[in-house]
Design a protein around this ligand. Structure first.
Ligand code: SAM
Length: 230
């Protein structure tokens, strides 16, 4: 998959690919990453990309010309590019979106800054508009990385052990059960004794119960959906 990041701050994103799983995914040619800066598509003398809002009100926004030129050029070169705008004023990004988008050949993430992006750019080019959570960040670089990381995990070959994908949080509408490692007793705290007895059916049943109670406690919204289904 090709990932293109449209950003004023390439370094914020590039450093994330310099280690660990996504670095290996690039080395294995499963991911290809590139960057475009709106400043390189400006027609004004000072390579300015932001301006005041015509409605008045606090803060600057990306004005349309640089992003229009950039995205028109990109679409000509890569007609299948699927363009995503991170914004708090979008639909919530979910695991189901990550899985679905992992099938695309070219994803483009357009990072906003300031008060955001002139809405006409979003109307003209957005295939999807996503919010990563109910809070406001200073820019779209982290949301772009959050989404592309979650998506990349679902590309075949990116994870060393793909079994982990099927028992994770949000599969089957539940959070994952608590995990434990060795030693069985640490600082006077023990792992659930059932986990040590080797009876896989009973371990699975206990894990399911723990997953349900964890979900009920932390995410009553998910738990009520689970109850409707089961
Ligand atoms: N004025 C905007 C609003 O109230 O909806 C917030 C703009 S925010 C300061 C600047 C940029 O950060 C946005 O254009 C978007 O790219 C990104 N951003 C901030 N929070 C986000 C979130 N929760 N989800 C997705 N993108 C976010």
């Amino acid at each position: 998959m090709r990932l293109t990041y449209v950003t004023l701050f390439e370094g914020l994103i590039a450093s994330y690919f310099e280690d660990s799983i996504l670095k290996r995914a690039i080395a294995k040619n499963l991911l290809e990453v590139d960057f475009l800066s709106p400043r390189d598509f400006t027609t004004n003398k000072h390579a300015k990309v932001d301006d005041y809002q015509v409605s008045g009100g606090a803060g600057l926004v990306f004005f349309p010309q640089p992003l229009f030129s950039l995205l028109q050029t990109l679409k000509k070169q890569s007609p299948n590019a699927y363009i995503i705008f991170p914004t708090p004023a979008g639909k919530l990004f979910k695991q189901t979106d990550a899985k679905r988008l992992a099938k695309k050949e070219h994803l483009v993430f357009v990072s906003g800054r300031y008060e955001g992006i002139d809405e006409r750019v979003i109307e003209a080019f957005a295939d999807e508009v996503f919010c990563i959570g109910d809070y406001v960040l200073t820019g779209g670089e982290l949301p772009s990385l959050v989404m592309s990381d979650a998506i990349s995990r679902h590309i075949h070959g990116v994870l060393g052990n793909e079994d982990s994908l099927s028992v994770e949080s949000f599969e089957n509408t539940l959070l994952e059960a608590p995990c434990f490692s060795k030693p069985p007793l640490y600082e006077n705290k023990s792992v659930p004794s059932e986990f040590l007895k080797g009876n896989h059916a009973r371990i699975l049943s206990l894990k399911n119960k723990m997953a349900e109670s964890k979900t009920q406690y932390f995410r009553p919204d998910l738990f009520s959906r689970f109850r409707v289904k089961h």
